[in-house]
Design a protein around this ligand. Structure first.
Ligand SMILES: [Zn+2]
Length: 471
């Protein structure tokens, strides 16, 4: 573990002066201005020292120090400073790298937790739909942030290890933090390639050896968790970097990782949960998501007689029956022809913290000649589940097109990266399987038959059971 505190001699003097002043001043708020510094003493006894340079050359900065252990969201108490500060006001603010030009969802970035504070370095998007570029290197939709115009550039942070609990092989880690710095989680190393629709996050195989939790502007971790009892991660180390520090958790087995979650607990501590090895789980939970429903019928055949929402519900129910017989706990996002929003499908995943999530859909295309099946993932650690389901789906479709070798091969469209909303969760491997094209006569007839749907359900269940290591 490396410990390093970045110091600034001029700042230390300013802080010392400010500390002297706090004794002398009783007023709740006193501002002392000089040529280049602003010192603020707040009602809570916190000292804030700001050094403000030329506003235009982007070197303006300021610091504050905590008088107590409370989390600091500095702008709330005084609202004085330069530049904008954003605070995340939704539970999970999806973000993407500032380096990427488009605003498409990106699996290399993880959502920022509610309460995360960062300085806004620039604004893109439109006036009605701003996109904020944060100093930690990600950009966030304006709807997810509360923005303060007169915010301070935030100070360096330090973390203190609190507790590590090992529950059934999973781990819950807690850390005290000075303030809620942006956190990013990645599973690496991982090579990606450009595939379907020019999306650049396709993987040949899931190859991660460690999970990196990177804390922006954090250079000190006091204490080190003991995670040796976990069946997923075996050891951890702290790696200090220019922009922040990384807690690296080494996986016991390359490519064996089954999800994580991150929140702030009620005492403002960082809480990370790393999921247990689902292959060791004696009572696994699987969420089956029958696509569409209610006022959203999804796709259909040309005649409008075969409706996706009805097909997916039947396939999901049959898959659930097969899994239940194997002792798997199944949660359905819907079990009738009802409306379920994408948000609530995601909320169900977060609520149940399942071992896996499988969304069931049927395809359609403008061209009636397109046929076959493919399975989509978002996170690299969802690719093994996608591959497992797809291999069984490919057998089903291979049999359907057995009379024509080329067609049988084409019907297996493989596994692909795609940022479907329901699969953009961290909790567990999450995939979306397209069970064939309703716009194609052969596929549609197969899906519309009870025997065909049973074969599809059986293939999905086999893929799930294989991943859960349930025979
Ligand atoms: Zn669909």
């Amino acid at each position: 573990m490396k410990r390093r505190k970045r110091g600034n001699p001029a700042l230390k003097i300013a802080l010392a002066l400010a500390a002297l002043m706090i004794g002398a001043l009783i007023a709740a708020l006193v501002i002392v201005s000089s040529k280049s510094t602003v010192n603020i003493i707040t009602g809570q006894g916190k000292i804030i020292t700001g050094e403000i340079k030329d506003k235009d050359n982007d070197t303006a900065y300021s610091y504050y120090e905590s008088g107590g252990a409370a989390l600091l969201t500095p702008y709330r108490e005084h609202g004085l400073g330069v530049g904008m500060v954003g605070e995340v006001v939704v539970p999970y603010a999806e973000c993407t790298s500032s380096k990427i030009e488009n605003n498409l969802s990106d699996p290399l970035n993880s959502p920022l937790a509610r309460g995360t504070v960062d300085r806004i370095v620039s604004v893109g998007g439109t006036q009605d739909n701003p996109i904020y570029y944060l100093e930690s290197g990600v950009k966030v939709n304006g709807d997810y942030l509360r923005v303060t115009e007169n915010g301070f550039l935030l100070p360096d942070n330090s973390l203190t290890y609190d507790t590590a609990e090992t529950v059934n092989g999973g781990v819950k880690l807690k850390f005290h933090t000075d303030w809620v710095v942006p956190v990013q989680v990645t599973l690496a190393p991982q090579a990606y390639y450009t595939g379907y629709l020019e999306r650049i996050y396709n993987v040949e195989a899931f190859t991660a050896e460690y999970m990196d939790i990177t804390f922006a502007r954090t250079h000190v971790l006091d204490g080190m968790p003991d995670i040796s009892a976990s069946d997923i991660v075996k050891k951890c180390e702290w790696i200090d970097g220019t922009d922040g520090g990384t807690l690296r958790l080494y996986l016991r087995q390359t490519g064996a990782f089954f999800g994580w979650s991150y929140t702030l607990d009620k005492n403002g501590r960082f809480e990370f949960v790393i999921k247990k090895d689902i292959r060791q789980d004696s009572t696994p939970t699987v969420i089956l998501d029958a696509g569409h429903g209610g006022s959203d019928p999804g796709a259909s055949n040309d005649a409008g007689t075969v409706i996706e929402s009805a097909m997916t519900l039947d396939i999901a129910k049959q898959t659930a029956d097969i899994l239940s017989q194997k002792g798997i706990r199944v949660v359905m996002t819907r079990s009738e022809d009802t409306d379920v929003s994408l948000d609530s499908r995601i909320a169900i995943t977060r609520k149940y913290a399942p071992d896996m999530f499988v969304s069931i859909h049927c395809d359609s295309a403008e061209t009636a000649s397109l046929f076959g099946t493919h399975t989509f993932y978002f996170k690299n650690y969802s690719a093994p589940l996608a591959a497992s389901i797809q291999s069984h789906m490919a057998q089903v479709y291979g049999a359907l097109y057995a009379a024509d070798n080329a067609a049988a091969e084409t019907a297996d469209k493989g596994i692909k990266f795609f940022p479907f909303a329901v699969t953009r969760v961290e909790e567990c491997p999450s995939v979306l399987v397209e069970c064939g094209y309703l716009s194609n006569a052969t596929d549609c007839e197969f899906i519309n038959s009870a025997a065909g749907r049973l074969k599809i359900a059986d293939a999905i269940a086999k893929g799930i059971l294989e991943q859960l290591n349930v025979g």
